[in-house]
Write a new protein. Structure first.
Length: 347
Protein backbone atom coordinates (compact mmCIF):
# COMPACT_ATOMS: atom_id res chain seq x y z
CA UNK A 1 0.00 0.00 0.00
CA UNK A 2 1.47 3.32 -1.10
CA UNK A 3 1.92 5.79 1.75
CA UNK A 4 3.28 9.23 0.87
CA UNK A 5 4.20 11.06 -2.33
CA UNK A 6 6.38 9.14 -4.77
CA UNK A 7 7.85 10.18 -8.11
CA UNK A 8 8.80 7.21 -10.25
CA UNK A 9 9.19 8.87 -13.68
CA UNK A 10 11.10 11.87 -15.02
CA UNK A 11 7.83 13.37 -16.26
CA UNK A 12 6.42 13.11 -12.77
CA UNK A 13 9.51 14.74 -11.30
CA UNK A 14 9.24 17.64 -13.75
CA UNK A 15 5.68 18.48 -12.81
CA UNK A 16 5.11 21.68 -10.87
CA UNK A 17 2.24 20.02 -9.03
CA UNK A 18 2.86 16.52 -7.74
CA UNK A 19 -0.83 15.63 -7.46
CA UNK A 20 -4.29 16.99 -8.15
CA UNK A 21 -4.68 18.35 -4.60
CA UNK A 22 -2.36 21.37 -5.09
CA UNK A 23 -4.06 22.11 -8.42
CA UNK A 24 -7.46 22.20 -6.75
CA UNK A 25 -6.05 24.35 -3.95
CA UNK A 26 -4.54 26.85 -6.41
CA UNK A 27 -7.75 27.07 -8.44
CA UNK A 28 -9.75 27.60 -5.24
CA UNK A 29 -7.31 30.30 -4.13
CA UNK A 30 -7.63 32.08 -7.48
CA UNK A 31 -11.42 32.00 -7.21
CA UNK A 32 -11.22 33.45 -3.69
CA UNK A 33 -8.88 36.20 -4.92
CA UNK A 34 -11.41 37.13 -7.60
CA UNK A 35 -14.07 37.61 -4.92
CA UNK A 36 -11.89 39.49 -2.42
CA UNK A 37 -12.51 43.03 -3.78
CA UNK A 38 -16.26 42.47 -3.37
CA UNK A 39 -15.97 41.16 0.18
CA UNK A 40 -13.06 43.01 1.78
CA UNK A 41 -13.11 46.58 3.03
CA UNK A 42 -10.76 49.35 1.92
CA UNK A 43 -8.36 48.74 4.82
CA UNK A 44 -7.82 45.05 4.11
CA UNK A 45 -7.67 45.64 0.36
CA UNK A 46 -4.79 48.03 0.99
CA UNK A 47 -3.05 45.40 3.13
CA UNK A 48 -3.57 42.69 0.48
CA UNK A 49 -2.25 44.97 -2.24
CA UNK A 50 0.90 45.58 -0.22
CA UNK A 51 1.24 41.82 0.32
CA UNK A 52 1.03 41.21 -3.43
CA UNK A 53 3.71 43.81 -4.16
CA UNK A 54 5.92 42.37 -1.41
CA UNK A 55 5.52 38.85 -2.83
CA UNK A 56 6.89 39.92 -6.22
CA UNK A 57 9.77 41.82 -4.62
CA UNK A 58 10.59 38.94 -2.27
CA UNK A 59 10.54 36.42 -5.13
CA UNK A 60 13.13 38.50 -6.97
CA UNK A 61 15.38 38.81 -3.93
CA UNK A 62 15.08 35.10 -3.13
CA UNK A 63 16.19 34.20 -6.65
CA UNK A 64 19.35 36.21 -6.10
CA UNK A 65 20.10 35.53 -2.43
CA UNK A 66 18.32 32.29 -1.59
CA UNK A 67 18.91 30.36 -4.81
CA UNK A 68 22.12 31.87 -6.19
CA UNK A 69 23.82 32.81 -2.93
CA UNK A 70 24.62 36.41 -3.93
CA UNK A 71 24.03 38.67 -0.93
CA UNK A 72 22.32 41.94 -1.79
CA UNK A 73 21.22 44.79 0.45
CA UNK A 74 20.44 47.10 -2.45
CA UNK A 75 16.95 45.78 -3.17
CA UNK A 76 15.30 49.03 -2.12
CA UNK A 77 17.32 50.80 -4.82
CA UNK A 78 15.99 48.45 -7.49
CA UNK A 79 12.44 49.00 -6.23
CA UNK A 80 13.02 52.75 -6.42
CA UNK A 81 14.35 52.56 -9.98
CA UNK A 82 11.30 50.54 -11.03
CA UNK A 83 8.87 52.89 -9.29
CA UNK A 84 10.36 56.14 -10.57
CA UNK A 85 10.93 54.74 -14.07
CA UNK A 86 7.28 53.72 -14.29
CA UNK A 87 6.09 57.10 -13.04
CA UNK A 88 8.38 59.08 -15.37
CA UNK A 89 7.56 56.97 -18.43
CA UNK A 90 3.85 57.47 -17.84
CA UNK A 91 3.73 61.07 -16.61
CA UNK A 92 6.48 62.64 -18.74
CA UNK A 93 6.92 60.35 -21.74
CA UNK A 94 3.23 59.50 -22.07
CA UNK A 95 3.50 55.72 -22.31
CA UNK A 96 0.48 53.64 -21.24
CA UNK A 97 1.03 51.74 -18.01
CA UNK A 98 1.03 48.30 -19.70
CA UNK A 99 4.08 49.49 -21.67
CA UNK A 100 5.62 51.58 -18.90
CA UNK A 101 5.82 48.77 -16.30
CA UNK A 102 7.65 46.26 -18.57
CA UNK A 103 9.91 49.07 -19.84
CA UNK A 104 10.67 50.16 -16.28
CA UNK A 105 11.38 46.55 -15.31
CA UNK A 106 13.85 46.26 -18.21
CA UNK A 107 15.55 49.51 -17.17
CA UNK A 108 15.79 48.16 -13.62
CA UNK A 109 17.29 44.93 -14.99
CA UNK A 110 20.01 46.89 -16.78
CA UNK A 111 20.64 48.86 -13.59
CA UNK A 112 20.94 45.61 -11.62
CA UNK A 113 23.20 44.19 -14.31
CA UNK A 114 25.69 47.02 -13.79
CA UNK A 115 25.89 46.38 -10.06
CA UNK A 116 26.04 42.63 -10.66
CA UNK A 117 29.36 42.92 -12.47
CA UNK A 118 31.39 43.03 -9.21
CA UNK A 119 29.86 39.65 -8.24
CA UNK A 120 32.52 37.82 -10.27
CA UNK A 121 35.27 39.15 -8.03
CA UNK A 122 33.42 39.82 -4.78
CA UNK A 123 31.66 37.45 -2.39
CA UNK A 124 29.82 37.61 0.90
CA UNK A 125 30.12 40.83 2.85
CA UNK A 126 32.18 42.51 0.13
CA UNK A 127 29.43 41.92 -2.44
CA UNK A 128 26.85 43.19 0.05
CA UNK A 129 28.82 46.43 0.41
CA UNK A 130 28.94 46.76 -3.39
CA UNK A 131 25.16 46.45 -3.61
CA UNK A 132 24.85 48.93 -0.76
CA UNK A 133 26.60 51.41 -3.05
CA UNK A 134 23.70 51.00 -5.48
CA UNK A 135 21.34 52.11 -2.73
CA UNK A 136 23.21 55.29 -1.89
CA UNK A 137 23.79 56.19 -5.55
CA UNK A 138 20.10 55.74 -6.31
CA UNK A 139 18.93 57.72 -3.29
CA UNK A 140 21.32 60.58 -4.07
CA UNK A 141 20.18 60.68 -7.71
CA UNK A 142 16.47 60.71 -6.81
CA UNK A 143 16.89 63.51 -4.28
CA UNK A 144 19.14 65.76 -6.36
CA UNK A 145 17.84 65.22 -9.92
CA UNK A 146 14.82 67.40 -9.17
CA UNK A 147 14.01 68.22 -12.79
CA UNK A 148 13.26 64.54 -13.40
CA UNK A 149 12.09 63.14 -10.05
CA UNK A 150 10.86 66.26 -8.17
CA UNK A 151 13.27 65.32 -5.39
CA UNK A 152 11.89 65.44 -1.87
CA UNK A 153 8.71 67.21 -3.06
CA UNK A 154 7.32 63.93 -4.33
CA UNK A 155 6.32 62.64 -7.76
CA UNK A 156 2.61 62.28 -8.53
CA UNK A 157 1.80 59.11 -10.44
CA UNK A 158 -1.19 59.12 -12.83
CA UNK A 159 -3.68 56.27 -12.32
CA UNK A 160 -3.24 53.27 -14.57
CA UNK A 161 -5.54 53.31 -17.58
CA UNK A 162 -6.62 49.99 -19.13
CA UNK A 163 -8.34 50.86 -22.40
CA UNK A 164 -10.33 53.65 -20.77
CA UNK A 165 -10.80 51.97 -17.38
CA UNK A 166 -8.98 53.88 -14.65
CA UNK A 167 -7.43 51.71 -11.93
CA UNK A 168 -7.91 54.46 -9.36
CA UNK A 169 -9.13 52.43 -6.38
CA UNK A 170 -7.74 49.67 -4.18
CA UNK A 171 -10.31 47.23 -5.55
CA UNK A 172 -9.30 47.83 -9.16
CA UNK A 173 -5.55 47.90 -8.53
CA UNK A 174 -5.96 44.61 -6.62
CA UNK A 175 -6.73 42.76 -9.86
CA UNK A 176 -3.70 44.30 -11.57
CA UNK A 177 -1.34 43.35 -8.74
CA UNK A 178 -2.47 39.74 -8.42
CA UNK A 179 -2.70 39.33 -12.19
CA UNK A 180 1.08 39.82 -12.06
CA UNK A 181 1.71 37.92 -8.81
CA UNK A 182 0.40 34.64 -10.27
CA UNK A 183 2.61 34.45 -13.40
CA UNK A 184 5.60 35.83 -11.46
CA UNK A 185 5.23 33.00 -8.94
CA UNK A 186 4.85 30.29 -11.58
CA UNK A 187 7.82 31.61 -13.57
CA UNK A 188 10.01 31.55 -10.47
CA UNK A 189 8.77 28.06 -9.56
CA UNK A 190 9.48 26.73 -13.04
CA UNK A 191 12.83 28.53 -13.32
CA UNK A 192 14.50 26.10 -10.94
CA UNK A 193 13.38 23.12 -12.98
CA UNK A 194 15.46 24.39 -15.89
CA UNK A 195 19.16 24.40 -16.71
CA UNK A 196 19.43 28.05 -15.63
CA UNK A 197 17.88 27.37 -12.23
CA UNK A 198 20.13 24.37 -11.62
CA UNK A 199 23.14 26.53 -12.50
CA UNK A 200 22.01 29.12 -9.93
CA UNK A 201 21.77 26.44 -7.24
CA UNK A 202 25.16 24.98 -8.20
CA UNK A 203 26.76 28.43 -7.83
CA UNK A 204 25.15 28.85 -4.43
CA UNK A 205 26.27 25.46 -3.15
CA UNK A 206 29.87 25.60 -4.43
CA UNK A 207 30.81 28.07 -7.13
CA UNK A 208 34.27 26.56 -7.73
CA UNK A 209 32.77 23.12 -8.37
CA UNK A 210 30.12 24.70 -10.61
CA UNK A 211 32.85 26.39 -12.64
CA UNK A 212 34.73 23.10 -13.01
CA UNK A 213 31.53 21.47 -14.31
CA UNK A 214 31.28 24.12 -17.02
CA UNK A 215 28.89 26.61 -15.45
CA UNK A 216 29.84 30.15 -16.49
CA UNK A 217 29.95 32.01 -13.18
CA UNK A 218 29.98 35.45 -14.74
CA UNK A 219 27.08 34.73 -17.08
CA UNK A 220 24.81 33.13 -14.51
CA UNK A 221 25.59 35.55 -11.69
CA UNK A 222 24.73 38.45 -13.98
CA UNK A 223 21.60 36.62 -15.10
CA UNK A 224 20.55 36.19 -11.46
CA UNK A 225 21.00 39.92 -10.86
CA UNK A 226 19.07 40.67 -14.05
CA UNK A 227 16.08 38.47 -13.15
CA UNK A 228 16.04 39.68 -9.55
CA UNK A 229 16.13 43.31 -10.67
CA UNK A 230 13.36 42.68 -13.20
CA UNK A 231 11.11 41.40 -10.41
CA UNK A 232 12.04 44.42 -8.29
CA UNK A 233 11.22 46.72 -11.21
CA UNK A 234 7.76 45.20 -11.58
CA UNK A 235 7.17 45.45 -7.83
CA UNK A 236 8.36 49.06 -7.88
CA UNK A 237 6.02 49.91 -10.75
CA UNK A 238 3.08 48.42 -8.88
CA UNK A 239 4.16 50.28 -5.76
CA UNK A 240 4.04 53.53 -7.73
CA UNK A 241 0.47 52.88 -8.87
CA UNK A 242 -0.62 51.72 -5.44
CA UNK A 243 0.70 54.74 -3.53
CA UNK A 244 0.07 57.24 -6.39
CA UNK A 245 2.86 59.47 -5.05
CA UNK A 246 6.55 58.70 -4.66
CA UNK A 247 9.01 60.05 -2.11
CA UNK A 248 12.67 59.07 -1.60
CA UNK A 249 11.80 58.20 2.02
CA UNK A 250 9.73 55.25 0.76
CA UNK A 251 12.92 53.46 -0.34
CA UNK A 252 15.22 53.67 2.65
CA UNK A 253 17.80 51.09 3.66
CA UNK A 254 15.26 49.71 6.14
CA UNK A 255 13.12 48.61 3.17
CA UNK A 256 16.03 46.50 1.90
CA UNK A 257 16.46 45.01 5.38
CA UNK A 258 12.73 44.24 5.52
CA UNK A 259 12.97 42.29 2.27
CA UNK A 260 15.95 40.35 3.55
CA UNK A 261 13.93 39.57 6.68
CA UNK A 262 11.08 38.35 4.46
CA UNK A 263 13.17 35.68 2.79
CA UNK A 264 14.92 34.71 6.03
CA UNK A 265 11.64 34.26 7.92
CA UNK A 266 9.82 32.72 4.95
CA UNK A 267 12.70 30.49 3.90
CA UNK A 268 15.68 31.19 1.67
CA UNK A 269 15.76 29.08 -1.46
CA UNK A 270 12.00 28.54 -1.38
CA UNK A 271 9.34 30.07 -3.63
CA UNK A 272 6.69 29.35 -1.02
CA UNK A 273 8.97 30.92 1.57
CA UNK A 274 8.93 34.20 -0.37
CA UNK A 275 5.14 34.24 -0.13
CA UNK A 276 5.08 33.29 3.55
CA UNK A 277 7.72 35.91 4.37
CA UNK A 278 5.89 38.66 2.49
CA UNK A 279 2.62 37.82 4.25
CA UNK A 280 4.31 37.65 7.67
CA UNK A 281 6.23 40.91 7.33
CA UNK A 282 3.22 42.80 5.98
CA UNK A 283 0.67 41.46 8.46
CA UNK A 284 2.80 41.71 11.61
CA UNK A 285 2.64 45.55 11.84
CA UNK A 286 -1.11 45.39 11.25
CA UNK A 287 -1.54 42.78 13.98
CA UNK A 288 0.50 44.91 16.39
CA UNK A 289 -1.57 47.96 15.44
CA UNK A 290 -4.88 46.15 15.98
CA UNK A 291 -3.64 44.74 19.30
CA UNK A 292 -2.59 48.20 20.47
CA UNK A 293 -5.93 49.69 19.41
CA UNK A 294 -7.91 47.03 21.27
CA UNK A 295 -5.90 47.65 24.45
CA UNK A 296 -6.12 51.44 24.31
CA UNK A 297 -9.36 51.49 26.31
CA UNK A 298 -7.73 49.57 29.17
CA UNK A 299 -4.19 50.95 28.88
CA UNK A 300 -4.18 54.39 27.19
CA UNK A 301 -0.44 54.25 26.60
CA UNK A 302 -0.61 50.78 24.99
CA UNK A 303 -0.80 52.08 21.42
CA UNK A 304 2.46 54.02 21.55
CA UNK A 305 4.20 51.27 23.50
CA UNK A 306 3.23 48.40 21.19
CA UNK A 307 3.69 50.44 18.01
CA UNK A 308 7.26 51.26 19.04
CA UNK A 309 8.09 47.55 19.43
CA UNK A 310 7.69 46.81 15.70
CA UNK A 311 11.40 46.72 14.91
CA UNK A 312 12.11 44.79 18.12
CA UNK A 313 9.57 42.11 17.15
CA UNK A 314 11.01 41.91 13.63
CA UNK A 315 14.52 41.53 15.00
CA UNK A 316 13.48 38.83 17.46
CA UNK A 317 11.62 36.98 14.70
CA UNK A 318 14.70 36.98 12.45
CA UNK A 319 16.95 35.80 15.31
CA UNK A 320 14.46 33.05 16.23
CA UNK A 321 14.30 31.66 12.70
CA UNK A 322 18.05 31.87 12.17
CA UNK A 323 18.65 29.93 15.38
CA UNK A 324 15.81 27.42 15.47
CA UNK A 325 14.45 27.15 11.93
CA UNK A 326 16.97 28.42 9.34
CA UNK A 327 14.77 27.19 6.50
CA UNK A 328 11.93 29.41 7.67
CA UNK A 329 8.18 29.09 7.59
CA UNK A 330 8.29 27.08 4.38
CA UNK A 331 10.07 24.24 6.19
CA UNK A 332 7.47 24.29 8.95
CA UNK A 333 4.77 24.02 6.28
CA UNK A 334 6.57 21.12 4.56
CA UNK A 335 6.82 19.21 7.85
CA UNK A 336 3.15 19.87 8.58
CA UNK A 337 2.12 18.74 5.09
CA UNK A 338 4.34 15.64 5.24
CA UNK A 339 2.86 14.66 8.59
CA UNK A 340 -0.68 14.64 7.21
CA UNK A 341 0.40 13.07 3.92
CA UNK A 342 1.76 10.07 5.82
CA UNK A 343 -0.88 10.07 8.57
CA UNK A 344 -1.68 7.83 10.42
CA UNK A 345 1.73 6.24 9.73
CA UNK A 346 3.73 9.46 10.16
CA UNK A 347 6.98 8.38 11.77
Amino acid sequence: MKCGAFRVTYRGDERIFGSSVPIVAVVALLLVLMLVPRLAGTYWLDVLNRIGIAVIGALGLNILVGYTGQISIGHAAFLAVGAYSTAILEAKVGLPFYVAIPAAALLTSLFGLVFGIPSLRLKGLYLAIATLAAHFITTYTIIHWESLTNGVLGFNVPPANVFGLLLDSDARIFYLIFALVVPATFFAKNLFRTRVGRAFIAIRDRDVAASVMGVSLFRYKLLAFLISSFYAGVAGGLMAHHSRILFPDAFTLLVAIDYLAMIIIGGMGSILGSIFGAVFMTLLPEVLKLTATSLTGVYPSAFGLIASTRDVVFGLAVIFFLMYEPQGLSRIWIRFKSYWTLWPYSY
